[in-house]
Design a protein around this ligand. Structure first.
Ligand code: COA
Length: 262
């Protein structure tokens, strides 16, 4: 079993760690396979019943992930590069469509493929040491795991164009300013802060959070009337859940809701 991805559980919160710190967690085929499997497992119906929120971070003090593994890509043919890109896309989609929120805890460099994996998370918090960028043009290539598309959707087309064309690296405060991350905290406080946010989410109605995620993602890329119709569907569906009955009853009885995720 690969040790390049670590999964830990603390109650309803799962933490997934990219674990190849001697190579700044650079992403190779083994890591992608293990990361994919970790999300398949956490999203499976048995485990998913218990997972309310996941945190994705990097091992070591320096990097979330410093990109796709350049040594592994050095001799790739066009066909091998296509397959590698498709693998990265599949894993990013798996993260993006996980039936629970995934918060990226960006503990250092998030460059190239590292930035792309981060962009597949629902939202990000960064250490004050974090650095972001799509430096692929420095190597004569371009983002291959959805970066050119998700970056534009997250920070706007103009900023995405500039970052992809120049290969420039952004510090954490600049990433905050352009909306790439939701918050920046001192390095040592990153995981405690992200756990606090994850815990807050874990205390809500789980099906309601999952439907918020579905509506926000699916709605983002379709016309507004179609997106609004999706919201109607999700809103109505939640009225058939025990959590909805409990949440409203608890409010009216002036007590904290005891959600069961059903
Ligand atoms: N692929 C493969 N190996 C990588 C890597 C990557 N993307 N990024 C870092 N590493 C390896 C280095 O080769 C080095 O390995 P070594 O100790 O066996 O020589 C190790 O990780 C540490 O990296 P190093 O470059 O010595 O650290 P640094 O602090 O001097 O620099 C970076 C950090 C992030 C600025 C630098 O590693 C870098 O530019 N990495 C590539 C970023 C990139 O272009 N990513 C997009 C790839 S498509």
């Amino acid at each position: 079993m690969s040790t390049t991805i670590l999964t830990e559980r603390d109650g309803a919160i799962a933490t997934i760690t990219l674990n190849r710190p001697d190579k700044l967690n650079a992403l190779n085929a083994e890591m992608f396979a293990a990361l994919d499997q970790a999300f398949v497992d956490l999203s499976s119906s048995t485990q998913n019943a218990n997972v309310a929120c996941a945190i994705l971070t990097g091992a070591g003090d320096k990097a979330f992930a410093a990109g796709a593994d350049i040594a592994a890509m050095q001799n790739m043919s066009v066909e091998q590069a296509r397959a590698f890109s498709e693998t990265g896309h599949r894993v990013c989609a798996r993260i993006e469509h996980a039936p629970f929120p995934v918060i990226g805890a960006i503990n250092g460099f998030a460059l190239g493929g590292g930035c792309e994996i981060a962009l597949a998370c629902d939202f990000l918090y960064a250490s004050d040491k974090a650095k972001f960028g799509q430096p692929e043009v420095n190597l004569g290539v371009m983002p291959g795991f959805g970066g050119s598309q998700r970056l534009a959707r997250r920070v706007g087309i103009g900023r995405a164009r500039e970052l992809c064309y120049t290969g420039d690296t952004l510090g954490a405060s600049e990433a905050l300013r352009i909306g790439l991350v939701n918050g920046v905290v001192p390095h040592a406080e990153l995981l405690p802060k992200v756990r606090e946010v994850a815990l807050k989410i874990a205390q809500k109605g789980r099906l309601a959070v999952a439907q918020c995620k579905r509506a926000l993602y699916t709605g983002a890329d379709v016309p507004l009337d179609v997106a609004n119709a999706l919201e109607v569907q999700s809103f109505a569906m939640l009225f058939g859940t025990s959590d909805r009955a409990e949440g409203m009853k608890a409010f009216l009885e002036k007590r904290k809701a005891a959600f069961t995720g059903t």
